[in-house]
Design a protein around this ligand. Sequence first.
Ligand SMILES: C[S@@+](CC[C@H](N)C(=O)[O-])C[C@H]1O[C@@H](n2cnc3c(N)ncnc32)[C@H](O)[C@@H]1O
Length: 350
Amino acid sequence: MLIPPILTFILSLQLMPEYRCTRNASYLHDCIGRDDITARQGYYIKANSPEGAWKEMATRFPKDVECGFTIQEWEGFNVRVVEVTENKERENTQELSTQFPTKELLAQLSEVLEYHTPPYQPLKVPQYRPGQYGEWKLEEKETPLSRGYFTSIQSVVNNYRLCRGQILWMSLTPMELESQSHHALAAKDHTVLMGLGMGLLLYNVLLRSEVKKVTVIENDPDIVKLFYQITDATSWPGWEKVSIIIADALNWIPSEPVDYLAVDIWSALGDENLRSDGQKIQKNVQAKQVALWGQELDFITFLVERGYSQPCTLSQYHEYIDAIGIPLIEADNPNYPDYCFRAAQMVFNY
Ligand SMILES: C[S@@+](CC[C@H](N)C(=O)[O-])C[C@H]1O[C@@H](n2cnc3c(N)ncnc32)[C@H](O)[C@@H]1O
């Protein structure tokens, strides 16, 4: 579990989004938005999260709480369009030049764009179908909106959820997809993946010509059975490169050198054991390069532990790598520390 100071740290960026909020209840009077909430003007509320905007609407319209509110992230730039008429051309041109793209507006625009553009090539999603085996179940799940991992709120299509009993282990939301995208891009030669899940990372790793062999370490044979039920894995491109071994990731020792290791054996982002599990695994595997799912959050936690403040730097990331003793990916990417900060903002809703 991550500790409160990380929230204070993240707050220092002071990026407070705006939300367009509409009441779900039907209007009583006859008007264009009566039965169609998309046609309503809405209320524009600045809040730290959609939940915060929802609470503000609930305070303003307590009688509408039962029907609820629709909250959408809104990107308003306070751009006032000025009408230019023949007679007033000069006057209005002056007005335009003082209002139109100012440096601040451009900076605001590029910030919004940055928060909507994933920094890495998105993962490709193979075909899935619902299924159940033992305690594991894969089902389709309608999810209208979700935050990304590096990007802000967006719509979600074709989401699936993988649960063992009551525990959600994996889904196809932008948060899940983006948090593994760079792990796929780093795969090469002999790649070891720890944690099969839906095989999403496996599918993407197999698409890379740089990858010669893939060893998957999974401790639960039931998820492997389900995996064959919910996918057409044996027809995936590159399937001949795969071996699946049933073993505990924390104790497995390879019989040949490992070029790249990606570990995803946790059900939720920000697992408190990430660092110690990663160290235990790498001690046995001795991979040349390693990715741990959610390592960005652990890096930010490390910065908080050391009392550092924004901005995060590449030399701090190197310090983190040295401190934990794992050769993590992205050590040469000067933008990566900033992506880590964005991930922490998204996961902790700031
Ligand atoms: C979140 S899922 C992995 C999702 C996967 N990265 C994907 O792209 O579909 C985690 C997986 O790790 C497995 N797992 C959990 N603990 C493990 C351990 N100690 N050793 C091996 N596998 C483990 C779980 O059974 C599950 O299949």
